[in-house]
Write a protein that binds this ligand. Structure first.
Ligand SMILES: [Zn+2]
Length: 524
């Protein structure tokens, strides 16, 4: 049998954080209001009510479409998608069928991460459309089902990918990148655990060479039949995306190996069983009886918002962090994974680059088109970025995590963090003492100047001639044997003596000055 290739398509739903719901003026706050209070006749689908589309929601959807490289359709319409379920008061959902807001985009996951050489693909985006969310059902212990209509009518965007995903890791990375894009755009909080962002995966395994990809699906080549696909729902975290797909690939692999066949079905990820379980056999589009929504006229999105400007998106920001500042790709990834962290980093680096610009060693560095030093090609800038990257992503993040301090409440101003980095870079303080300064800055609860802390606590490097001379005298007195050995020609002993002197100053002495003075002293 030829090799089996996993074919995975992803459907992501994301709730928009607009002021009001999709088709009525109810507040869009389904999680904060008491059950069934954020509702009106329209979202409860009373007879005779008319839906009015939310302009803000359409504009947010256009932003998502553009951010994913989709073309925004000239003319769009809403359609009714029919199915019966208690979470759907109208008996149909207002969605978009054949004229969605955006089509034919792509998410680029081909990062060449220098730390781990994994290469991921570019994933095609088939369509981006706007619809309304359904009510929330809760099943209680006595077998009753409770319905909360607060969520009914919340604007919901669906993003359908091409079946380009081939691994569970790729699927997870795709979801993470989408979440980041939603957050950068400011259109949704997109928290998977809160159900604001949901993932469904269509998974099948096909023999290599037996299919072609066409119109967002796969088709069997002549003489071949396809294995049925399985839709996996109820995936509520990034971890679950990876686990559910890994599980489903293995399950289908085993079925094929055992010569079994199955019907196209919908399965749900069961977190407690760590398995997918059968839910129902899948409807096809025809079962939904789509037809144009007669109560909402077709519309032209571009007329609603002629010029939409997008903020810098994660992919460009990462590339710029590498290019402009000289960060490693791994650090650039971590520092852009949260918009507030990215802004903080930007402020720190802008301070540091201003300072670096004034140093003689950067005079020969290439000037970036953005005006500053081109970090990637400037050795001192690159060293400084590696230093700052390490201190931001490990020392600062680590200390903040221990204290449960979020970046949004961090008291250390970017300019003061930058100053601490510059003190380390200029070797005015060693790493151990810099760490102590950082902790004081964090624990003080106010914005402290690191230079003041350094001076006040005597954390700075000792460069004072008299002070260092006193240390050297002390060492020579305390270690006569080693001194004699060195004088007799045992060169490596100098390392021991320097080590003892560093220890005597708790690591604060300038090691270069110290060595020079020690050698001078031992000459006679
Ligand atoms: Zn309403």
């Amino acid at each position: 049998m030829s090799k089996l290739i996993p074919i995975i398509g992803l459907e992501i739903h994301v709730e928009l954080k607009t002021k009001s719901k999709m088709f009525c003026s109810c507040a869009n706050g389904p999680f904060t209001a008491a059950p069934n209070t954020a509702v009106c006749e329209i979202c409860l689908a009373h007879p005779g009510t008319l839906p009015v589309p939310n302009r803000e929601a359409i504009i947010s959807t256009m932003k998502i479409a553009k951010a994913l490289g989709c073309s925004v359709n000239q003319r769009c319409k809403f359609d009714r998608k029919h199915y019966f379920y208690p979470d759907l008061p109208k008996g149909y959902q207002i969605s978009q069928y054949d004229q969605p807001i955006g089509e034919h985009g792509e998410i680029d996951l081909t990062f060449d991460r220098e730390d781990n050489q994994r290469t991921l693909a570019k994933i095609g985006v088939t369509r981006v459309h706007l619809e309304e969310d359904t009510a929330t059902l809760t099943h209680d212990d006595s077998g009753n089902t409770l319905v909360d209509f607060n969520r009914a009518g919340v604007p919901l965007v669906e993003i359908v990918s091409e079946p380009d995903v081939e691994t569970a890791l790729e699927a997870k990375t795709y979801c993470q990148e989408l979440q980041l894009i939603f957050r950068y755009l400011g259109v949704s909080t997109a928290d998977m655990e809160k159900g604001q962002m949901r993932c469904e995966a269509n998974v099948s395994l096909q023999e290599e060479g037996s299919y072609i990809k066409k119109d967002g699906a796969i088709q069997a080549k002549a003489g071949h039949t396809l294995h049925p696909k399985v839709e996996v729902k109820n995936i509520n975290s990034f971890r679950a995306v990876e686990k559910a797909i890994e599980y489903e690939i293995k399950r289908q692999n085993d079925l094929i190996a055992a010569g079994e066949t199955w019907r196209q079905e919908t399965r749900g990820w069961d977190e407690s069983k760590q398995a997918t379980v059968h839910q129902r056999f899948k409807e096809t589009a025809a079962d939904y009886r789509y037809f144009p929504e007669p109560d909402i006229p077709p519309f032209e999105p571009v007329k609603l918002a002629p010029d939409i400007s997008l903020p810098e998106l994660p992919l460009s920001k990462r590339a710029r962090f590498v290019e402009e500042y000289g960060f490693s790709l791994a650090d650039a990834f971590m520092l852009t994974a949260d918009k507030d962290w990215a802004n903080y980093t930007e402020a720190v680096m802008s301070e540091l680059h201003g300072w670096l610009h004034s140093l003689p060693e950067t005079k020969t560095c290439e000037v970036s088109p953005l005006g500053g030093i081109r970090g990637r090609f400037c050795k001192p800038a690159k060293e400084l970025a590696r230093l700052a990257g390490g201190w931001l992503t490990t020392k600062l993040v680590g200390a903040m995590n221990e204290r449960k301090i979020d970046i949004r409440i961090l008291k250390i101003k970017p300019e003061n963090f930058a100053e601490l980095i510059s003190l380390i870079y200029a070797e005015r303080v060693n790493s151990t003492n810099a760490q102590k300064i950082l902790i004081e800055m964090l624990d003080s609860g106010v914005d402290l100047d690191p230079s003041h802390v350094m001076e006040e606590k005597g954390y700075g490097q000792i460069r004072d001639d008299a002070a260092l001379a006193a240390v050297v005298d002390e060492i020579v007195v305390n270690y006569p044997k080693q001194v004699a050995d060195f004088k007799a020609g045992k060169e490596p002993v100098i390392k021991f003596l320097i080590g003892m002197a560093m220890k005597a100053t708790e690591g604060s002495a300038d090691p270069i000055m110290l060595e020079k003075m020690l050698r001078e002293k031992l000459k006679n």
